[in-house]
Write a new protein. Structure first.
Length: 351
């Protein structure tokens, strides 16, 4: 008798198992804040939006490389489902203090091609209310304002799009024709990449003095992520700030990294643009290895022009070999907040 009962219960459990694992507990989503800045839309309320839409709330930061890659998926879903019952609402939560400035965030979103509504969560109030835990993260809210699915980090896009379609169908909106979902990033043959490097004291950065130029020291895996500086710098809570004029480019930050692409979060000293000169393996960059924001002067020197604080593409490489990267700002007060890197697969999703 017990055996028969166990078999029946097992069969029922198998029949009840979903193809995709959603939330077992689907609480009411917290209402959008009323005391914040909105971009790309007038202030919205979840109560108003849910009468017409399924809502995807997406947390991101414009200086976070993982967020920048995830924005490609968000823009894809916005284009595909905007007219079929889905509204994407971005939540911009700052990683650094300068990101509290609405004008800087607005300019960054325009540069990234973001057209869906975004509100600023400068004090992480909504972050805490919805129990978020990082960037990027997605929360799917059904037409009854229940949190029905969530996802943290990159990847898993195919499954998440399936949840979007299910929610739209349940809300009785007309789905677009079946089409291939947004593809997940490849994960084979991608190469390696150095973890993010922070320059501020708040995240525990400690930089030794760089050795004077001399014979090249062999780059080995043990040196991956090694950082050093030369010249006068102030190590502040969020950044490393140049404390001298630098016409001869003697003040520098040097690091060892591997990856397909290298990026840095940089800031000028004030209203005047700053130039950050860049070398890789003690040589100026060229068209073949220069990142998307790199320019060249008449002498062939490579640099990025930083008019306002943000994320800048420095290098691109055909493989994940170790490289030595040197950054030399020209103006006192210029700041380096940190570096991020991408492997060859994730680089394909860069905006």
């Amino acid at each position: 008798m017990r055996a028969r009962l166990a078999a029946v219960l097992a069969a029922l459990l198998l029949q009840a198992s979903p193809l995709r694992a959603g939330r077992t507990y689907t609480p009411i989503a917290p209402e959008f804040p009323t005391d914040t800045v909105w971009i790309n839309a007038k202030p919205l309320t979840l109560k108003l939006v849910r009468q017409r839409r399924v809502v995807l709330v997406a947390f991101f930061s414009t200086t976070n490389l993982n967020s920048a890659r995830a924005l490609s998926a968000l823009k894809f879903w916005h284009d595909r489902y905007e007219l079929n019952g889905l509204m994407i609402v971005g939540v911009h939560t700052p990683e650094f203090g300068f990101q509290r400035d609405p004008l800087l965030v607005r300019a960054a979103l325009k540069k990234l091609g973001v057209r869906f509504p975004v509100f600023l969560d400068n004090n992480r109030k909504y972050w805490k209310e919805i129990a978020n835990d990082g960037w990027p993260s997605f929360f799917l809210i059904d037409y009854k304002t229940h949190l029905i699915f969530d996802h943290l980090g990159e990847g898993g896009y195919s499954d998440f799009e399936g949840e979007i379609r299910d929610a739209i169908k349940t809300a009785e909106f007309l789905l677009p024709e079946e089409a291939p979902p947004y593809p997940d990033p490849a994960n084979l043959g991608c190469g390696a990449m150095t973890p993010d490097l922070s320059m501020g004291l708040r995240k525990g950065a400690t930089l030794p003095m760089a050795k004077a130029p001399g014979p090249r020291v062999m780059l080995t895996s043990a040196r991956d992520g090694e950082t050093a500086y030369a010249g006068k710098w102030d190590i502040e809570p969020e950044d490393l700030r140049l404390a001298q004029n630098n016409p001869e480019q003697t003040a520098l930050v040097r690091l060892i990294y591997r990856g397909s692409h290298a990026f840095a979060v940089l800031s000028p000293a004030g209203a005047k643009p700053a130039l950050f000169f860049i070398k890789q393996d003690n040589m100026w960059l060229h068209e073949g290895n220069a990142g998307k924001d790199v320019e060249f002067d008449e002498d062939g020197r490579s640099f990025v022009t930083v008019r306002q604080a943000g994320l800048f593409g420095l290098t691109k490489n055909p493989n994940d070999s170790l490289h030595e990267l040197t950054l030399m700002p020209d103006a006192k007060g210029s700041a380096i907040y940190g570096f991020s890197f991408s492997d060859q697969c994730l680089a394909k999703d860069l905006p």
